[in-house]
Write a protein that binds this ligand. Structure first.
Ligand code: AMP
Ligand code: MG
Length: 328
């Protein structure tokens, strides 16, 4: 059983091939990098339209799989940017029709959890999903993945990107800030914005830029931003673990590539006699393999849609998506 998965919710166009044992046979990705400023949905969608056919070919070649050996085609239905989602969905529909295979819609956030769940071997972990557009703490309960806490304003990655660009850098900001923060010496006071299991970042953005205008060193700013923002994420994750009576947490999303965040969450989880697992970086960031794997689970549970019923859902809520492959 081989499933091809297409991811195109935001910057990344990616095609993955996965088998029934969650063996990742191929991942072919290409990221749209805006020449300046943030993402422009139509420009990103154009990028995906241009690149996806080639990425499909690359993935098949990498995996040494013929189209006739692909059993189902999965695509990220939402949440994400409308034009970008439509680019991926169009390619998925075309392949499903051309190869006469079932078309399987997948929720992007659920896919982050499922790939981390299978790779970790953890049965029922909590997910800290920290990406460009999303920041959520997710756990499974009563047949759905539930969002226990989330950002009240912008996603953590978008916050880091915007901040770094304002400080004179270029996209993506997260990895550059991580390097810069290694040179930081002084922890500057920034607003610590935790509200129950929710967080907010725009106050830190404003305060950091104000400190920068007053002459604070950029490495100290980067260090202070990382410590503050990642402490907030660690705190809401710990609160969710405590409330849900769980002991395992997995990470997902591009920001989960960050070494400081990984260490902080691991230290917290192990301090509670629990465990933390972070997938390899290529499977933390947006990728077609997680869509393919979740597509496999959904397909096995009987999920598929006709082309006419395969509209994308830019605002699809994680907790509105049934998960028939999970029992209990
Ligand atoms: P995603 O939306 O999941 O594709 O992730 C993209 C986001 O991850 C961007 O906002 C990046 O700045 C951020 N990111 C990638 N690597 C790192 C890192 N090492 N530290 C912090 N943020 C990162
Ligand atoms: Mg993502």
């Amino acid at each position: 059983m081989v499933v091809l998965g297409i991811e195109s919710t935001a910057h990344t166009a990616s095609v993955g091939l996965v088998d029934e044992r969650a063996e990742v046979l191929a991942v072919a990705s290409d990221m749209y990098r805006p020449p300046h400023g943030g993402i422009h949905p139509r420009e990103a969608a154009n990028h995906h339209v241009e690149r996806l056919p080639e990425l499909v070919r690359h993935a098949l070649e990498q995996a040494k799989i013929r189209p006739s050996e692909v059993d189902a085609v999965a695509f990220a239905q939402g949440p994400g940017l409308g034009p970008c989602l439509r680019a991926g969905a169009t390619v998925a529909r075309m392949l499903a029709l051309a190869w006469d295979r079932p078309l399987v819609p997948v929720n992007h956030c659920v896919a982050h959890v499922e790939i981390a769940r299978i790779l970790s071997g953890l049965d029922d972990p909590l997910l800290l999903y920290a990406s460009g557009g999303n920041t959520q703490v997710i756990a499974h309960a009563r047949g759905r993945y539930r969002v226990l806490g989330e950002t009240l304003d912008i996603g953590i990655g978008n916050f880091l990107d915007k901040l770094w660009i304002e400080l004179g850098g270029t996209f993506p900001g997260g990895p550059a800030l991580e390097k810069e923060a290694l040179e930081g010496r002084e922890l500057l006071p920034l607003p610590y914005s935790v509200h129950g299991m929710d967080v907010a970042f725009s106050g830190i953005l404003t305060a950091t830029l104000a400190l920068s205008a007053k002459g604070a060193r950029r490495p100290d700013l980067a260090y202070s931003v990382e410590v503050t923002a990642y402490s907030m994420l660690t705190e809401i994750t710990e609160r969710a673990l405590a409330h849900r009576g769980r002991d395992a947490v997995v990470l997902g999303g591009g920001v989960a590539c960050n070494e400081r965040l990984r260490t902080m969450v691991r230290t917290m989880a192990e301090g509670r006699n629990g465990t933390m697992f972070a997938p390899p970086r290529a499977l933390c960031v947006d990728n077609g393999a997680m869509i393919a794997w979740t597509g496999h689970l959904a397909h096995e549970a009987g999920v598929s849609v006709p082309v006419e019923g395969s509209a994308v859902e830019p605002r699809q809520r994680t907790d509105l998506v049934p998960t028939p492959w999970r029992t209990g």
